[in-house]
Design a protein around this ligand. Structure first.
Ligand code: S5P
Length: 452
């Protein structure tokens, strides 16, 4: 094996190139991602790298060396140490006080500086850096680059009169990795396609089926819901946001055959009575084979939630199969939900919600690790071991003028890989409630099957 190849494989082990699906700053999707910064953390590799780079260059031409911040700074330093060519440093931004210098170090006008860069893509950032050095009266004739992504940068700079020396190209690197069995033909093809300037097609990742979910979602409530979904060919949960017992029971008679669960806000039922409201509701749940989901969105300390869950007028713990809970009060606050499944609120469907990415990440950590939690309410993908419940689904509207935002079943199954859709007004406000429920059931099931 030649030594340059061996050297590259040593570098590769530091994780400098990753293959997969990456979105670049430009928004373009790339089949690989390069980050050479880890090279500086291995002194032997950094020293060898400096020597490989120096070997390619007409060293007598250079009075100075300068690295483009930040990744190339340690590389330029190492090259300076190995070659005794003095180093200058370019700031990313001029100091806001004092000398406002952009270039630090000892230099004089008329000197020629070798520019060092880690990766060259379009060459645009180098084109911005070069004048900043030239403005100090220093000339730049040569640029040395560790990896050329082969996206036109080298050619562009050469056309402007600069000599560009590159140690590795992405094609060369792919060949080495393919030879070593570290890269599949399919990936190489995708990379070549990308380098030719084509929009790369990635295999659409398939969502996993309810049958497969049964194997990974062990919570008994998750199991029940999945079995019902498969049996009834439905992923529909109706949100019964009506305000009297009569309306509630009438609604359930119509939608019961089509749903996997009925979601209630039991505290909006003005004539709530556990015998009149809950007993018939439980009978209907048994008759039509669906679960009862109380959307209480608990959001307090464990002790208070425990009381809200089991005491008061509603005695939720007596009848609900599953409840929703915020995770804002932390992991331990969820311990009180015994004999019930918890669906954690991970993000919300309303405009201006505070459930940003950082919140969601923390919330998901709690949800996947807490044994009482088997699912999440969210508007984004969540880990496969949780069941995803998505409200804000409507076939006719895009919003309600009060902050609610709607998506279609097709969208939430394809984009979010949801497991269950939650539909409220789209059904209970419809002129023909039963027909609407059937429509949403069919739309939801078709969307699920299309997303497989
Ligand atoms: O983020 C959320 C979470 C929930 S649980 N957004 C929501 O809309 N919900 C609930 O889903 C909401 O409380 C309501 O009961 C239902 C949506 O009703 P719709 O009439 O807008 O479909």
């Amino acid at each position: 094996m030649d030594t340059k190849k061996e050297f590259f494989l040593e570098c590769y082990k530091l994780g400098i190139i990753k293959f997969g699906r990456f979105t670049l700053k430009s928004g373009i999707e790339s089949p690989f991602y390069v980050d050479l910064r880890p090279l500086a953390s291995d002194p032997k590799i950094l020293k060898d790298l400096a020597n490989y780079l120096l070997e390619m260059l007409p060293l007598d031409n250079f009075d100075l060396i300068c690295g483009v911040p930040y990744a190339a700074l340690p590389m330029a330093t190492a090259m300076s140490l190995e070659s005794y060519i003095p180093l200058i440093m370019k700031r990313k931004e001029a100091k806001s006080h004092g000398t406002k210098k952009l270039i630090e170090g000892i230099f004089s006008k008329g000197q020629n500086c070798l520019l060092v860069e880690d990766v060259i893509t379009s060459g645009k950032s180098l084109l911005e850096t070069i004048p900043e050095i030239e403005n100090e009266g220093i000339s730049v004739s040569d640029i040395v680059v560790v990896l050329d992504r082969q996206q036109g940068g080298k050619e562009m700079l050469q056309s402007k009169g600069y000599n560009v020396h590159t140690l590795f190209t992405i094609s060369e690197v792919c060949d080495i990795l393919k030879d070593e069995g570290l890269l599949m033909d399919e990936e190489v093809e995708r990379i070549n396609d990308f380098l030719r300037g084509n929009v790369v097609k990635f295999k659409e990742e398939k969502r996993i089926s309810y049958e497969d979910k049964l194997k990974i979602c062990e919570h008994s409530v998750a199991q029940k819901l999945l079995h019902i979904a498969i049996q009834k060919k439905s992923n529909l949960i109706v949100s019964a946001d009506v305000t009297t017992t009569a309306e509630l029971l009438k609604l359930v008679e119509l939608v019961g055959p089509h749903i996997v669960a009925l979601k209630t806000h039991i505290d909006i039922i003005s004539d709530f009575d556990s015998d009149q409201t809950i007993l018939p509701l439980k009978d209907l749940a048994a008759k039509y084979n669906f679960l009862l989901m109380e959307d209480r969105k608990f959001a307090d300390i464990g002790n208070t939630q425990e009381l809200q869950f089991s005491m008061g007028v509603f005695k939720i713990s007596n009848w609900a199969d599953l409840v929703t809970a915020q995770v804002i009060a932390g992991y331990d606050s969820l311990d009180c939900f015994r004999n019930v499944g918890v669906v954690a609120i991970l993000s919300m469907s309303s405009t201006g919600t505070l459930t940003d990415m950082e919140y969601r990440e923390q919330a998901v950590k709690i949800a996947v690790s807490h044994p009482n939690v088997f699912g999440g309410v969210a508007q984004n993908k969540i880990p496969n071991e949780l069941l995803l419940f998505t409200p804000g689904v409507n076939l006719a509207d895009s919003g309600d003028g009060k902050g609610q935002q709607y998506n279609t079943p097709e969208y939430v199954f394809k984009k979010l890989e949801t497991d269950f859709i939650i539909v409220g007004r789209g059904i209970y406000k419809s002129d023909d409630v039963e027909k609407a429920a059937l429509n949403y059931k069919i739309a939801g099931w078709n969307a699920y099957e299309n997303s497989l």
